[in-house]
Design a binder for this molecule. Structure first.
Ligand code: INI
Length: 162
C-alpha cells in the first residue's frame, strides 16, 4: 500500500506568527482579518497568534527570519500588498519579498506562507482582499495550517538528520 503523508486542516494547539507589511494598509488589514478568521475557523486560538508589523513588503524577509530564529511558532504567515506604480520599484519589492520569504522557510525549516499580493492595480488588490477573488490572507493561513500539521508529522528525530 502506498503511504501518503499530508497535513490535516486543523490549527488546534498551533502557534502562528503573522509578519505584515504596513504599506497599503487599507488592503493589508483585510488580509490580516482573513488570516485570523481562517485560523479561528480551523480550531486555532487568537492567543496563539502574534502579529509583527514592518514598514513594507521589502522588510518582510528579515522580520520573518528573526521571528523564525526566535522559535516558538509552528508556521509564519507573511502578508502584504505590493501594487505596481509607474516605475520598476514594484519588481524589486515584490521580487525580494518572494525570494527572501522562500529562503527563510528553507533555511529555518519553518513553513512561511506567502500572502503578499502582487497586483498591477488597486482594483486587483481589492478583489483579492475579501471581495470578488476571495481573501489571500485567508488562503495563506490555510496553507500555513496544513504545513504546520505536515511538518509535525515529519520529525527530524526519526532520521537523525538535521
Ligand atoms: N511596499 C509594499 O509593501 N507595497 C508597495 O506597493 C510598495 N511600493 O509600491 O512602494 C512598498 N514599498 C515600500 C518598501 O516595501 C519598503 O518599505 C521601502 O522601500 C523601505 O525599505
Amino acid at each position: 500500500m502506498t503511504k501518503v503523508v499530508e497535513g490535516v486542516m486543523s490549527a488546534q494547539g498551533r502557534r502562528f506568527a503573522l509578519v505584515v507589511g504596513r504599506f497599503n494598509s487599507f488592503i493589508v488589514d483585510r488580509l490580516v482579518e482573513g488570516a485570523l478568521d481562517a485560523i479561528v475557523r480551523h480550531g486555532g486560538r487568537l492567543d496563539d497568534v502574534t502579529i509583527y508589523k514592518a514598514p513594507g513588503g521589502f522588510e518582510l524577509p528579515v522580520l520573518a527570519r528573526r521571528v523564525a530564529k526566535r522559535g516558538g511558532v509552528d508556521a509564519i504567515i507573511a502578508l502584504g500588498a505590493v501594487i505596481r506604480g509607474s516605475t520598476p520599484h514594484f519588481d524589486y519589492v515584490a521580487g525580494e519579498a518572494a525570494k527572501g520569504l522562500a529562503q527563510v522557510a528553507i533555511q529555518s525549516d519553518i513553513p512561511v506562507a506567502f500572502g503578499v499580493l502582487t497586483c498591477d492595480t488597486i482594483e486587483q488588490a481589492i478583489e483579492r482582499a475579501g471581495t470578488k477573488a476571495g481573501n489571500k490572507g485567508w488562503e495563506a493561513a490555510t496553507a500555513a495550517i496544513e504545513m504546520a500539521d505536515l511538518m509535525a508529522r515529519l520529525p527530524l528525530e526519526e532520521t537523525g538528520r538535521t
